[in-house]
Design a protein around this ligand. Structure first.
Ligand SMILES: CC(C)(COP(=O)(O)OP(=O)(O)OC[C@H]1O[C@@H](n2cnc3c(N)ncnc32)[C@H](O)[C@@H]1OP(=O)(O)O)[C@@H](O)C(=O)NCCC(=O)NCCS
Length: 188
């Protein structure tokens, strides 16, 4: 059930400082079960972060509860699979919805509001927006905390990767994907 008072709106560039702060709080607060503090610090220097291209594209969203930022996520019709502005090798090439999968990007919920359905609501919003642009497949690079949400929403995992971080460590991520028609919501 979605928390009462939740609203989801398109993010603007003015939201970027608050989103960056939310990302750090979320990664540390909800990532500590799966990653070390040093891994999270390293990931916050590129792998986790805002890609302002998505905000300019109108495809990044924030969830607010009683006016407070509670979550953020984006989807993209561009080739880059993950990473914020600090990742120099992002690829802005546009995807073809007939053959390519839309990317689900930079997904973070505030620890104070975890497990209340905000993640699922944000994911549904992104999938709906991508569908409205003709996409029928979705893919993302999941963190280990993210795998639990995406698996519950019908995404299938690929081979895990060990992504090199700027502080010399690596972090485990899992590529995941979903295709419309390939999964039905289980009936209770
Ligand atoms: C992953 C994340 C976005 C999930 O957000 P959330 O709002 O807590 O997720 P929801 O409450 O919508 O969860 C929906 C379902 O996903 C599954 N799920 C989500 N988090 C889970 C967890 N920690 N353990 C087990 N299942 C989980 C459950 O099936 C859940 O349904 P339920 O609560 O009715 O059992 C959040 O944990 C987060 O921000 N993590 C840190 C940042 C991160 O790693 N982001 C992912 C980037 S790819």
């Amino acid at each position: 059930m979605i928390p009462e008072g939740l609203s989801i709106r398109c993010a603007t560039l003015a939201d970027v400082p608050a989103i960056e702060s939310l990302i750090a709080t979320s990664a540390h607060g909800l990532g500590a079960r799966d990653y070390t503090r040093a891994q999270i610090e390293g990931a916050l220097r590129g792998a986790f972060g805002v890609d302002t291209q998505l905000l300019k594209d109108g495809s990044y969203f924030v969830a607010q509860l009683s006016g407070e930022l509670a979550g953020c996520v984006g989807w993209s019709f561009r080739r880059t699979l993950f990473g914020g502005d600090a990742r120099a090798d992002r690829d802005p090439q546009r995807l073809d919805p007939r053959t390519d999968a839309a990317k689900i990007r930079a997904f973070f919920v505030h620890p104070a509001h975890a497990r209340r359905g905000i993640g699922a609501a944000l994911l549904e919003r992104c999938e709906a927006e991508a569908r409205a642009h003709g996409f029928r497949r979705f893919e993302l690079m999941a963190t280990l905390p993210g795998v639990r949400l995406y698996a519950a929403r019908g995404y299938l995992p690929g081979e895990p990767i060990h992504w090199p971080l700027p502080n010399g460590l690596t972090i485990e991520f899992v590529p995941m994907s979903k295709e419309d028609g390939g999964w039905q919501k289980p009936t209770p």
